[in-house]
Structure formats: structure tokens, C-alpha cells
Design a protein. Structure first.
Length: 166
């Protein structure tokens, strides 16, 4: 059984001056930390959803994932900068310190912030929203733990991001 660990976010944000939306997760899973990029668990549906929405191939490498986000003006990061967590269990998260989103918001053309799932939304609302004065739209989690949502339902729900990226 995994032990509670105090961890610091190891992945820098993906954004540039042309980014139009910001997608925030909660904190990188062990698989994401291992792969060195967001949504690294092979069963996470994030990359399949983004590829489908923009009629692209599903990216395999970190470089391909980064390029896909940049091509479609999508910034990505996580709400939490450091926390105590047990494995990949969002419910075990404590001792939260949030990421400072201001460099992304000030250095890009962000039109809308989206959060990937209820955990990210909870921490965004509690800690980040008061700091930056911006709200976020909560989208259903792409995590394999969110088995109630089929891939086709997720693609439909996540389709809202396209109106902000064009």
C-alpha cells in the first residue's frame, strides 16, 4: 500500500503567448510524474479527447503532446503546486499549496479556464479563484477512475473548449 508522501509538482506549465484556454488538473498522478508530462496514465482519456476534438492523431510522445496543445492554443497545468498524497488518490490530498497562475494569465490570451474533474474544481474554487479573481468551468474528469463517463460522452462534454480555441 502506498504511503502518504509530501510531493512538489515536477512538471512546468505548457503555454505560450497565443494560448487561449487553460486546462487545469488537480496534481500529477504517479504515472504522469514518471512520464514527465500531463495525463501520463495510459488509460487517461485526455489525449484521445483532445485529438478527437481537433481531428488529430492521438499523440504518443511528450513532444507530440506538447505540440498538440500548442497548435490548438491550449495551456495546461495543475491547480496544486505541492501536497501530501497517497499514490494517485485524490481523496487523500492534504497540505495543499496552489500553483500561481498569474504568469500564464499575464503571458497569454487566456479566454477561459477549464478544470479537469471535481477534485481540481474543488481546490481551484477554494484556493485559486480568490487569488486571481477568475472562475473556471468544471469538465468531467478524463481519469480512468471516472468510469461512469464513456469516451463519447466525455468528447461531447469537452467539445465546449473548441469555441474558445479558434
Amino acid at each position: 500500500m502506498a504511503e502518504n508522501e509530501k510531493l512538489v509538482h515536477p512538471i512546468p506549465p505548457t503555454f505560450d503567448k497565443t494560448s487561449r484556454i487553460l486546462v487545469l488538473g488537480s496534481f500529477p498522478s504517479p504515472k504522469s510524474r514518471e512520464s514527465g508530462y500531463f495525463y501520463g496514465h495510459p488509460q487517461n482519456r485526455f489525449w484521445r479527447i483532445i485529438a478527437d476534438l481537433f481531428d488529430e492523431e492521438v499523440p504518443k510522445t511528450v513532444e507530440e503532446k506538447y505540440a498538440l496543445l500548442q497548435k490548438h492554443h491550449i495551456a495546461a497545468w495543475d491547480v496544486i503546486q505541492s501536497c501530501t498524497i497517497k499514490g494517485a488518490s485524490d481523496s487523500s490530498i492534504s497540505d495543499v499549496i496552489v500553483n500561481d497562475l498569474r504568469p500564464i494569465l499575464e503571458g497569454s490570451e487566456i479566454r477561459q479556464i477549464f478544470v479537469n474533474g471535481k477534485t481540481a474544481y474543488k481546490y481551484f474554487r477554494k484556493y485559486t479563484e480568490p487569488l486571481i479573481g477568475c472562475t473556471a468551468v468544471c469538465l468531467p474528469s478524463t481519469s480512468p477512475a471516472n468510469a461512469a463517463w464513456s469516451l463519447s460522452r466525455l468528447i461531447e462534454a469537452w467539445g465546449v473548449i473548441k469555441e474558445y480555441t479558434e
